[in-house]
Design a binder for this molecule. Structure first.
Ligand SMILES: O=c1ccn([C@@H]2O[C@H](COP(=O)(O)O)[C@@H](O)[C@H]2O)c(=O)[nH]1
Length: 232
């Protein structure tokens, strides 16, 4: 069972150090655009030097050449996972994956399908999609697979369909994790940790329910035990 990935959505490395300093075990953490843009590559090196596994969640989305060259640079960072937006298209994804793996052959490269903050109404009326949200997730997941990537970011709600249609070994990395006592915040397609396990997600990503908790270590262990099925 993979560890829950903790989203380190902080502004400064100081805050990250204070947060991680509360734990006496190695974690799987996620650095997103907020921390990376404000603190840069050094924060990645520091967190890796502390012994934590790292998902660098920059959701790259640009023309193929720009993304491939950026991915080559990210490949030189010793991280476990990176991602792009599937809407960048198959050529962008194919080149991103190859460029990353040239430097980091064991790393996982995935693509974001529909964000977990997206709902059916947005897909239909804002993005003017002719297909449903679920069909769009599946379409983007199929494109991601064809481009040679390892898996996708989706809501856990879509994990069963992705595994059934695309393949059991195709990885689903799933944010949008909330327990009944948590606020939804800006998340829409939410699921509890135990439901995510039942739905077959390979990884869960959890931010505010842990980082904003009055006791982050306790919150992490509670979520981890629900995810691993120890509380039943
Ligand atoms: O579809 C997506 C893709 C990425 N995320 C990221 O996951 C975390 C979730 O944080 P919470 O505080 O648990 O909501 C955050 O870093 C997002 O950028 C996502 O939520 N949905």
């Amino acid at each position: 069972m993979t560890k829950p990935i903790i989203a380190l959505d902080f502004n400064t490395f100081d805050e990250v150090q204070k947060f991680l300093g509360q734990f006496d075990e190695s974690l799987y953490v996620k650095v997103g655009m907020e921390l990376y843009m404000l603190e840069g590559r050094n924060v990645i090196k520091e967190i890796r030097a502390m012994g934590h596994d790292l998902f660098l969640d920059l959701k790259l989305h640009d023309i193929p050449n720009t993304v491939a060259r950026t991915m080559a640079g990210l490949g030189k960072l010793d991280v476990q996972m990176v991602n792009v937006h599937a809407r960048g298209g198959s050529e962008m994804m194919r080149r991103a994956n190859l460029a990353f793996k040239e430097h980091n052959p064991d790393g996982i490269c995935i693509a974001v399908t529909e964000l977990t903050s997206t709902n059916e109404n947005m897909v239909k009326n804002e993005l003017r999609s002719e297909i449903s949200l679920e069909e769009s997730v599946l379409n983007l997941a199929a494109l991601t697979k064809q481009a040679g990537l390892d898996g996708v970011v989706s809501s856990p709600l879509e994990s069963p369909l992705i595994h059934k249609k695309i393949g059991e070994n195709f990885v689903t990395v799933t944010p949008g994790i909330r327990m009944s006592e948590n606020r939804n915040d800006d998340q829409v397609r939410i699921v509890t940790p135990e439901h995510a396990r039942e739905l077959g997600s390979n990884y869960i990503v959890v931010g505010r329910p842990i980082t904003q908790s009055h006791n982050p270590v306790e919150a992490y262990h509670h979520i981890k035990s629900l995810w691993e099925g120890h509380n039943e």
